[in-house]
Design a binder for this molecule. Structure first.
Ligand code: S3P
Length: 430
């Protein structure tokens, strides 16, 4: 499906909500599935990635139902999963693959996980190594460090793991396996990655602690006898809100209120980056519920200036770099994005897909080893044919670029947004 986008001159005015957070939605199914009792989830994100997680647990005998927009997950406890009959299909979802692998290493049955062409090229040694150190029996079937992965029954030991990357998927895989180990497990990260697993594990009765250490932040979990069902209200996804925040910043006269957005510190780096660029953002009605911070975000059209985005900020905005790059192309002066080599191993190599598509639209951009340098262009961007290479975040970021570019922009394979925001183009038209 190709989507054509025309320049938008009318300001964005009014209020909106965005769908539930993808990371939190995945975790609510996973923890519900290994807890005793029935977990109920509101504002669950029905994107393709989270549906893949649901399908995997259904294959392992977990009852997951939907009624009146509430998802219920009836788990049989920590050892209640059943051996899947077929391959666990994870689609495009790195979160499903890595977190689920942690859980599967603790089971007493064999399982195989496999995804689509993009997923099966993404690096899995980052979880295979620590899970193997714990005694897990997990191998890359093609011996290329990627999925498909085969996991067999094994006894797990607690380990203290110093993670090379600040990755919540790696951290969560190890912590979830730690629930099944014979002694406590810890993961240390130089910069704390998104902490939704830690927050939610506590809500399910898990024993998790976080402390600042010499090497960064250490998260520890003790083996659990059982987790217990909980009620989860998923906040709006800041990664989805980011596209509309960007649109309102760029379109003159805009004033938009996006309600009930998750602003957990480990996720909200995008807001900090926008403030550094001179964006007019105000947080209203801030509160914490179920351990997760949320607020309404009021955004007004702003004249942006270039900045440097790097260091500790990167893990908290890694998924928002494509849309930040679009903002940078309209900002005055130079924006340097650095320390973000992880972009190369996302759904696409996002250094390449962002730079290639920005260049197509006439932007001044230079890719670097760990990011990119963008010089804002007063004359603005020009519409172009955008190939997102089936990467949802590239398709959405360049849809916003198309809204303000001169002429027409065509987004190829627009349906790839289904992964995290199936209604994106409906919201977009509204
Ligand atoms: C996610 C963590 C991040 C992020 C991804 C979702 C999660 O990946 O990019 O979209 O839900 O844990 P890494 O942990 O690999 O950085």
């Amino acid at each position: 499906m190709n989507v054509n986008i025309e320049k938008q001159t009318k300001p964005l005015l009014g209020e909106m909500v965005v769908p539930g957070d993808k990371s939190i939605s995945h975790r609510s199914i996973m923890l519900g599935a290994i807890a005793k009792g029935t977990t109920s989830i509101t504002n669950f994100l029905k994107g393709a990635d989270c549906i893949a997680t649901i399908d995997c647990f259904r294959q392992m005998g977990v009852t997951i139902e939907e009624r009146n927009d509430i998802i219920t997950v009836t788990g049989g406890g920590l050892r209640g999963l059943k051996q899947p009959v077929g391959i666990l299909e994870v689609g495009n979802s790195g979160t499903t693959t890595r977190l689920l692998s942690g859980i599967l290493c603790g089971q007493n049955f064999k399982s195989i996980l496999s995804g689509d062409a993009s997923l099966n090229k993404r690096p899995m040694n980052r979880i295979i190594n620590p899970l193997s150190q714990m005694g897990g029996d997990i191998v890359s079937i093609k011996k290329n460090g990627c999925a498909p992965l085969e996991i067999n029954a094994a006894k797990l030991h607690g380990i203290d793991y110093l993670s090379k990357v600040s990755s919540a998927q790696v951290k969560s895989a190890v912590l979830l396996a730690g629930l099944y180990a014979d002694a406590p497990t810890s993961v240390t990260e130089k910069v704390l990655s998104r902490n939704h697993t830690e927050i939610m594990l506590k809500a399910f009765g898990g024993n998790v602690s976080t402390e600042d250490t010499y090497d960064g932040t250490t998260i520890s979990v003790t083996p659990a006898d059982e987790l217990y069902a909980s009620e989860i209200d998923v906040p709006g996804d800041i990664s989805s809100a980011a596209y509309f925040i960007a649109a309102a910043l760029l379109i003159p006269g805009s004033e938009l209120l996006i309600k009930n957005v998750g602003i957990n510190d480990t996720r909200a780096g995008f807001l900090q980056a926008v403030l550094k660029m001179g964006g007019d953002l105000t947080l209203l009605n801030a509160l914490t519920s179920g351990g997760e911070a949320k607020a309404d975000i009021l955004v007004r059209h702003s004249k942006l200036k270039g900045t440097t985005i790097g260091g500790k900020l990167i893990p908290s905005l890694i998924d928002e770099i494509p849309i930040l790059a679009v903002l940078a192309a309209y900002a005055e002066g130079e924006t340097v994005i650095k320390d973000a080599a992880e972009l190369k191993v996302k759904e696409t190599n996002r250094i390449d897909t962002v730079c290639d598509n920005l260049k197509n639209m006439g932007a001044f951009v230079t890719p670097t080893e760990d990011g990119m340098i963008i010089t804002g262009k007063e004359a603005g961007l020009t519409g172009a044919v955008i190939d997102p290479k089936f990467d949802h975040r590239i398709a959405m970021a360049f849809s916003i670029a198309g809204l303000i570019a001169k002429g027409e922009t065509t987004i190829k394979d627009g349906h790839c947004v289904d992964v995290s925001f199936p209604e994106f183009f409906t919201y977009f038209k509204q």
